[in-house]
Ligand binder design. Structure first.
Ligand SMILES: [Zn+2]
Length: 451
C-alpha cells in the first residue's frame, strides 16, 4: 500500500508503514547473517513486536472505501469506445483488401502478358537458331544426313536439345551420334548462336582445336561451310595437328602465308614462332650460358621441324608411317638426298636443253650444298642418326658450337638467300616440273628435252 498511499485522495501518510518495513528488513538481514549471536537473540526477543499501525491502516481503509465503483454508464461507454476502434480497423482492412485485389488483378495480367511475350520471343529465337543450326549441320554432313533436323524444346528452367538420327526420331545428341558428329554439332550450334546474337557484327571467331575428332571428309565440308556461309567472318583456327594444318592449306581455307607455326609458348611472353633467326639466337643464348644440353635439344627439335617441312616441300620419299610419327632419322637423310637428286635432275634437264649458264649456276648451288652437308658430318649421321644426334648433349661447348654453325649453314642451303623461303617442288602432285623459291631467285626446270 506504501506505493498507492500518495495516489489516494485525500493522500494518506504512509511513513509509519515505511518505517515498519525498514525494521522488518533489518531483522530479516540479521537473522540471515546469524552472527553476532547477541544481536540475533535481541532480534528474536523482539520478533513479535509490531508498532502502532492502526491509524494509518484505518485512514487507508477509509480512502479505499471512498473510491467510487465504475457505473453501468461507464461500462457502456468503454464498450462503445472499444467497438468504435474495432469498427475503424475493420473498415481500413476492408479498404486494403479491395485495393490489394485490384493490384493483384493488374499484376496477374501483367505477369501473364509478360510470360506470353517472352515465351513467344524465346520460341522464335529457338526456332531461328534451330533452323540455322540444322542448316549448318546438314551442310557439313551433306553426304549422309541431308535430311537432318533438330529441336530446341524449352522446359522448366532448361532447354532441351534433340537431334534427328537418320529419320529414326529425335534424341539427345549424345545418344547415337559419334563424338566427331557431336563436335560438328557443337560448332554448328556455336555458329548459329553467334550469327543470331551478333548478326552482321559476327566478324571474328577463334576456333581452338574444335575439329580434332572430326574426320577429314567432314573437315573439308566445314571449310566449305565457313567459306560459303560466313564470308564476312574472320576465323582463327588453332590446332596441334599438322596434318589438319596442311589440309586447311590444300583446301584453300587458308591461303598463302595466313598461318603461323608456333614452336613453343610461355604465359609471360606468349607464343614463339618457328622462325630461323629466333631459333639460332636462342641456341646461341643457351651456348653463352654453357647449357649444351639445352642447345642440343633445341637444335634437334628444330631439325625435326625443318626435316618435316623440307620433305614436304621437296616431295622426298619417306617410309610411310600410318601414325605420322616421323623421327629425325626418318626424314633428315631423305630431305638431304631429295635436294641432291633434284639438283642432279635440274642439271640433266639443263644439259638436255643445252643451257650452259644454268648448268654453271646449278653447279655453284650444288657445291655450296655439298660443302654444307660435309661440314655437318653427314656421312656419320646418315649411318646412325639416333646415336649421332643423342651424342650432342655430351659434347663440350667448344665442340658443339661448330656443330651449330654447320647445321645453320646446312639448313640455310635449302633455301633462297634473297627471300629466305625454303625451296619447293611444283606442282605438289604428279610429275615434278620445277624446283623454286618464293621470289624466283631460284627456279630450276626439271623437265628434260623430249621427256
Ligand atoms: Zn627467293
Amino acid at each position: 500500500m506504501i506505493g498507492y498511499a500518495s495516489q489516494l485522495s485525500p493522500q494518506v501518510d504512509a511513513t509509519a508503514l515505511s518505517d515498519f518495513k525498514a525494521v522488518l528488513i533489518g531483522r530479516y538481514q540479521q537473522l540471515q547473517k546469524l552472527l553476532p549471536l547477541d544481536d540475533t537473540r535481541a532480534v528474536l526477543t523482539k520478533a513479535h513486536v509490531v508498532p502502532e499501525l492502526a491509524p494509518t491502516l484505518d485512514a487507508l481503509a477509509a480512502a479505499i472505501n471512498a473510491i467510487p465503483e465504475p457505473t453501468r454508464q461507464d461500462a457502456a461507454r468503454e464498450f462503445l469506445v472499444l467497438a468504435q476502434e474495432r469498427l475503424e480497423q475493420c473498415r481500413a482492412a476492408k479498404l486494403k483488401v479491395a485495393a490489394a485485389k485490384v493490384r493483384s488483378e493488374r499484376a496477374t495480367k501483367i505477369f501473364t502478358t509478360f510470360g506470353q511475350v517472352t515465351t513467344a520471343a524465346l520460341e522464335k529465337i529457338y526456332k531461328d537458331v534451330e533452323t540455322a543450326f540444322s542448316g549448318c549441320y546438314r551442310k557439313i554432313n551433306e553426304d549422309d544426313e541431308s535430311a537432318f533436323t533438330a529441336k530446341l524444346m524449352p522446359s522448366m528452367g532448361k532447354l532441351g536439345f534433340d537431334v534427328d538420327f537418320y529419320g529414326r526420331g529425335h534424341f539427345p545428341p549424345g545418344a547415337y551420334h559419334s563424338e566427331g558428329h557431336q563436335d560438328g554439332m557443337g560448332l554448328c550450334l556455336y555458329l548459329a548462336l553467334m550469327s543470331h546474337l551478333l548478326g552482321k557484327n559476327f566478324t571474328f571467331a577463334v576456333l581452338d582445336d574444335v575439329l580434332m575428332s572430326v574426320d577429314a571428309g567432314h573437315r573439308r565440308q566445314v571449310c566449305t561451310l565457313l567459306k560459303e556461309s560466313f564470308p564476312d567472318t574472320q576465323f582463327i583456327f588453332t590446332t596441334h595437328d599438322e596434318i589438319w594444318l596442311r589440309h586447311m592449306k590444300s583446301e584453300g581455307l587458308i591461303k598463302g602465308r595466313n598461318f603461323a607455326h608456333f614452336r613453343t609458348w610461355t604465359v609471360d611472353l606468349g607464343p614463339t614462332e618457328w622462325d630461323d633467326r629466333d631459333v639460332w639466337t636462342e641456341i646461341d643464348a643457351y651456348l653463352a650460358k654453357g647449357d649444351v644440353r639445352g642447345a642440343a635439344a633445341l637444335l634437334r627439335h628444330y631439325l625435326e621441324h625443318f626435316a618435316k617441312e623440307a620433305c614436304d616441300r621437296l616431295r622426298a620419299s619417306v617410309e610411310f608411317r600410318g601414325d605420322a610419327q616421323f623421327m629425325l632419322g626418318d626424314l633428315l637423310p631423305n630431305a638431304t638426298s631429295a635436294l641432291g637428286e633434284l639438283l642432279k635432275k635440274a642439271k640433266a634437264a639443263a644439259n638436255s636443253w643445252n643451257q650452259k649458264d644454268i648448268i654453271e649456276k646449278i653447279e655453284v648451288t650444288e657445291a655450296t650444298f655439298g660443302e654444307a652437308k660435309v661440314k655437318t658430318n653427314h656421312q656419320q649421321w646418315q649411318v646412325n642418326t639416333a646415336v649421332h644426334f643423342n651424342a650432342w648433349a655430351d659434347l663440350k661447348k667448344e665442340d658443339f658450337t661448330p656443330v651449330v654453325a654447320a647445321f645453320k649453314a646446312f639448313t640455310g642451303s635449302f633455301g633462297c638467300a634473297t627471300c629466305g623461303e625454303m625451296y619447293f617442288v611444283t606442282p605438289d602432285r604428279g610429275r615434278k616440273e620445277a624446283l623454286r623459291c618464293g621470289c624466283g631467285g631460284l627456279n630450276l626446270n626439271l623437265l628434260q628435252k623430249g621427256s
